[in-house]
Design a protein around this ligand. Structure first.
Ligand code: CU
Length: 682
């Protein structure tokens, strides 16, 4: 994440001019076409743009943005050549690393939150302060919670039974999480900075400490009207409640609620407002007789960091530790990852299981960290393929169970409905582990302790079919949408809404113009029509339409974490994943010192990528890795309203990789000015 370290004026961060004069912009010479900065575009221009005037990302910076350093020899070499950074190898840093390693794994039992089954269509959920133990060896932690637990209560409803929830804000006290910003330094002798606890000597941020308990609750995955969706700007203060009505008129699925307050979601979730499960049940699911009761367990995963006192001991307090990976021309802060993985709100817990089948409802509720999950035995061998079956994705059951061969990928916001068979594993201790190369201080998330006795009951047999063969997604009835995600440097990563346009006469690049040459060799030209949350609505969907939404990442560093792209109020199916050569997407300096960006030549199609069984849907988040173009088909069958689409890395969402879109009845759109659809005039 890049944050301007000084207030922007006239759209320009202070300091950029200074940097240019200082010659920071390698090979500077500069100046693009006459294209204006912003979402409007002055097309054309006669002088060819000079293109090389942008600072390159160092290998170390790239590594710090997502890729583990040990997998990037170039970055490590670069760090070593700079010499051991002063300060990081201090006794305090070593103590912090030792403290992280000293916390006993699998010490605490996995908490399973209570289940609320509202009978009369009404429910009040209070947000209130609580003191909660995150680990047996830690002092209690002060949190802001849903109903007192680090994980909120599970809400369970029948399909079609409408529920009205009063999300009551009864919070009080100061912001429960200390936040610091510390400059990145690399010491090969120590765990990475974000993998060790403690403030590294930094003072707590006064701007975060000043935050009031200002909360918006979003029921992620709910197909509901815009007024009930938890609009980020309509967050409420203590003494008020957010009233939301959920029709629950959608297939059985594992939804979840979490905070969505404008600008501060990445901080609010850390206080304890990160997640509660919301399960919709239906007849299709009931007929499958899946494991239920104490055999159906939510597993909500999130990584956190802990504060240390002056004596180097844990205080119990949580810590939002932002690692500043560059300070020119922006203060660029890596989205949060932490050394401690919590499942259901407890660090590295264990779960005693019977030697039979279980249904686990997994959710990645982390700010930023992706996982590839495997269950490993004592020797580190994954369970045999038949013992783990994926039966559902974000928005409901799959047509048929899918094997989980190479681990289960979950980016933030993604869910998995998983059947696991422990019957051949009596007396064993198994670990749920993250197979990605930079998993935090410990790759294992939790331990399953399998009973040594055989099950007496008739064994469960997983069904061969679930919802049955999926009817092919019908053709799109509405416009095709293109959403572009720009690289992380030298500007903030941005989410651009694009519309197709005539190719400008050139030369290229032109700020906000992206050309794409598809598999068939056809070149299409798109122009940016919005890039900030406060830009006017550009995507108006006719209620009932089916639309293809395409997400394109222009990130070039293949090790960067994926952007989990999320649409509110609709479930979608993955249609295709393609990989492009995005090297022609170029930043260049605009008159006045800001940067423009566009393609110098059309992006070239390279190859088809894979869609997993889960990604074929039903989904509401899809992982967008660097250089990918992912297409999903979304059928907007729900109520109308104003909704959001965004990257589900909370830091990215909060820095405006989020946009409003509108769903309206077709007849209403027809009466709108400009022919509806808020179409920008060319
Ligand atoms: Cu993102």
């Amino acid at each position: 994440m890049i944050r301007p370290n000084r207030t922007r004026q006239n759209g320009l961060p202070a300091g950029w001019g200074r940097l240019a004069r200082r010659g920071f912009l390698a090979g500077a010479g500069v100046v693009g076409t006459g294209a204006a900065f912003g979402t409007g575009l002055a097309l054309g221009g006669s002088a060819p743009p000079a293109v090389a005037a942008v600072p390159g990302r160092s290998a170390l910076l790239t590594a710090a943005l997502g890729t583990p350093l040990r997998d990037l020899p170039e970055a490590v070499r670069e760090a070593l050549e700079r010499g051991a950074p002063s300060g990081t190898a201090s006794a305090a840093a070593r103590r912090a690393a030792a403290a992280a390693a000293g916390l006993t794994p699998y010490r605490d039992p996995l908490p399973v939150p209570p289940v609320l089954r509202p009978r009369d269509g009404r429910l009040t959920v209070a947000m209130r302060p609580a003191r909660v133990r995150l680990h047996h060896e830690l002092p209690a932690t002060r949190l802001w919670t849903y109903e007192g637990g680090h994980l909120g209560p599970t809400i369970e409803v029948r399909r079609g039974s409408r529920l009205r929830v009063a999300w009551e804000n009864d919070l009080s006290g100061g912001f429960p999480v200390a936040a610091v910003r510390v400059p990145f330094a690399y010491d090969p002798q120590l765990p990475l900075m974000w993998d060790r606890p403690g403030r590294e000597g930094a003072a707590p941020r006064a701007d975060v400490a000043a935050l009031p308990p200002w909360t918006a609750v979003h029921l992620h995955g709910a197909v509901t009207g815009g007024g009930n969706d938890g609009w980020a700007e309509n967050a409420v203060l203590p003494g008020a409640a957010q009233l939301s009505e959920y029709p629950n008129d959608q297939p059985a699925a594992g939804l979840w609620y979490h905070d969505h307050a404008m600008h501060i979601t990445h901080l609010n979730v850390m206080t304890g407002l990160a997640a509660g499960a919301y399960l919709i049940r239906d007849e299709t699911e009931a007929r499958l007789r899946l494991p239920s009761g104490d055999r159906e367990i939510p597993l909500v995963i999130m990584d956190r960091n802990l504060d240390l006192g002056a004596d180097g001991a844990f205080t119990g307090g949580l810590l939002y530790k932002g690692i500043v990976v560059a300070d020119d021309p922006y203060e660029l802060v890596r989205p949060f990852t932490g050394p401690f993985t919590l499942v259901n709100g407890v660090i590295w817990p264990h779960l005693d299981v019977a030697a039979g089948w279980y249904r686990f409802r997994l959710l990645n509720a982390s700010n930023n960290r992706p996982y590839r999950l495997r269950i490993l035995d004592e020797e580190g061998t994954p369970l045999p393929a038949g013992a783990v079956r994926l039966i559902g994705a974000d928005a409901g059951l799959l047509p048929a169970p899918a094997p989980v061969a190479d681990g289960l990928s979950l980016t933030p916001g993604e869910r998995a409905d998983l059947l696991v068979d422990f019957s051949a594993l009596r007396g064993r201790r198994l670990r749920l582990a993250n197979a990605l190369p930079e998993p935090g201080a410990r790759a294992e998330l939790m331990e399953f302790r399998v009973a040594s006795r055989a099950e007496g009951a008739v064994p469960f047999r997983p069904p061969a079919a679930l919802t049955g063969p999926r009817p092919p997604a019908g053709p799109a009835t509405g416009p095709e949408r293109l959403v572009v995600v720009t690289p992380v440097y030298p500007r903030d990563p941005e989410l651009w809404e694009m519309v197709e346009t005539e190719a400008p006469p050139g030369p290229f690049p032109v700020d906000g113009i992206v050309q794409i040459e598809d598999e068939a060799g056809r070149v299409r030209t798109y122009r940016r029509v919005a890039s900030n949350f406060t830009d006017p609505v550009r995507f108006t969907v006719a209620a009932g339409d089916r639309e293809n939404w395409r997400f394109l990442s222009l990130e070039k560093s293949m090790g960067s974490y994926p952007h989990p792209m999320h649409l509110h109020t609709v479930a979608f199916e993955g249609v295709s994943r393609e990989v492009y050569d995005v090297s022609s997407f170029t930043f260049f300096e605009l008159p006045g010192g800001d940067y423009g960006a566009g393609t110098s030549t059309p992006l070239k199609w390279l190859r088809k990528g894979e869609l997993s069984a889960a990604e074929k849907g039903p989904k509401d988040v899809i992982a967008l890795a660097p250089a990918e173009l992912v297409t999903v088909s979304a059928h907007f069958t729900g109520p109308p309203g104003r909704f959001m689409h965004h990257c589900h890395i909370y830091e990215h969402e909060d820095m405006m990789m989020m946009r409003p879109f509108v769903v309206q009845p077709r007849a209403v759109i027809a009466l709108a000015p400009h022919g509806g659809a808020h179409a920008p005039r060319h």
